[in-house]
Design a protein around this ligand. Structure first.
Ligand code: NAX
Ligand code: ADP
Length: 283
């Protein structure tokens, strides 16, 4: 499959998409991320995404979900608000099984998608792509991408995506008219406008459970903190997604270095995000 020219997203690129809060900022002006993730089967995915969003520098997180999941999120991040209200962006789907979606949850997700706000669709929210109205990025791994395309009558197997992730990411952006962040050792970020970026993972220790949920939180936080820019320029979601993948990869490197190059966990990666953001802001 033919593809355009992919460019590696650099530290300079990423730092251009970050800024420090100013004297006039408050938690609302910095950006509130609405999060609908996790399930009784996967409460940890919600915890990891919310943790990562705070570590990236969002002003506030509003979390919607079943009581057991909300309790887990609040236990880890008591600053999280569990009542509905205004948000600037959405993170939807990590740790959810679409086949177990309740009527109420389906309504919450559809209302979020109809808000026209910037949206990150991950894991169990991927099937909702197409109902979105705002600038949206989908964040599948290879198996999820193959499943999503097959459900949309495009024959595609995991092996196909594995053999040509760049081509399938580009084709998906075109078919579904959405920005795509396809996860892997090399993450491909692209959009229907032809932006094509790669982020090469700094360590393969990143390939462990929950690191994708952390990435969702980083993308969501950047979408929330850049909501005004996204309202003027929807393709900024692609640059923000590439920036998130870069921060995530660097956080994994720092987390591993803290253990002398040893293994990292998803929470280690989330907790290393502030030092990566700080370092990029100093550039
Ligand atoms: N702590 C948490 O709550 C976590 C939640 N997660 C959530 O879990 C959900 C499912 O994510 P996945 O990426 O696993 O979904 P996938 O649906 O892509 O993969 C799950 C399936 O892959 C198969 N499989 C592939 N390789 C396998 C192997 N080596 N051994 C056994 N089975 C294998 C299994 O049948 C398994 O059911 C997502 O919603 C995700 O967000 C994961 O992120 C892991 C951490
Ligand atoms: N071999 C690898 N080397 C480096 N990073 C990887 C590798 N495989 C996957 N990753 C990264 O690890 C993360 C895994 O995310 P995901 O597959 O969604 O897992 P989970 O659902 O458990 O969170 C992604 O950011 C992906 O880019």
């Amino acid at each position: 499959m033919a593809t355009g020219t992919w460019r590696e997203w650099t530290a300079d690129d990423a730092s251009a998409w970050l800024s420090r809060p100013g004297a006039d900022d408050d938690k609302y002006r910095r950006g509130v991320l609405g999060v609908i993730t996790g399930s009784p089967d996967y409460p940890g995915a919600a915890v990891l995404g919310v943790q990562a969003a705070y570590r990236t520098g969002v002003g506030m997180v509003r979390f919607t979900g079943p009581r057991s999941v909300r309790e887990a999120v609040l236990a880890a991040r008591p600053e999280t608000v569990g009542v509905a209200g205004r948000v600037q962006a959405w993170l939807l789907g990590s740790g959810m099984d679409p086949s177990k979606r309740s009527f109420r949850l389906g309504g919450d997700l559809q209302r979020a998608l109809a808000s026209g706000l910037p949206t990150v669709l991950d894991a169990g929210g991927l099937d909702l792509v197409g109902s979105h109205l705002g600038p949206t990025v989908i964040t599948p791994h290879r198996r999820e991408l193959a499943r999503l395309l097959s459900e949309r009558d495009t024959a595609c197997a995991f092996e196909d995506v594995d053999a040509d992730p760049a081509g399938w990411a580009e084709r998906t952006a075109d078919l579904l008219q959405v920005a795509v962040l396809l996860k892997g050792a090399v993450t491909h970020v692209c959009d229907p406008e032809g932006n094509l970026f790669t982020v090469t993972a700094s360590t393969h220790w990143l390939a462990s459970a929950g690191t994708g949920d952390v990435l969702g939180g980083v993308v969501g936080a950047l979408a929330a903190t850049h909501s005004e820019r996204l309202a003027r320029d929807a393709t900024a979601i692609t640059h923000l997604a590439a920036t998130a993948a870069f921060i995530h990869s660097e956080a994994a490197r720092r987390a591993s270095e803290a253990w002398d190059g040893g293994p990292v966990t998803a929470l280690d990666v989330a907790n290393a995000v502030p030092s990566v953001v700080g370092g990029l802001l100093r550039r």
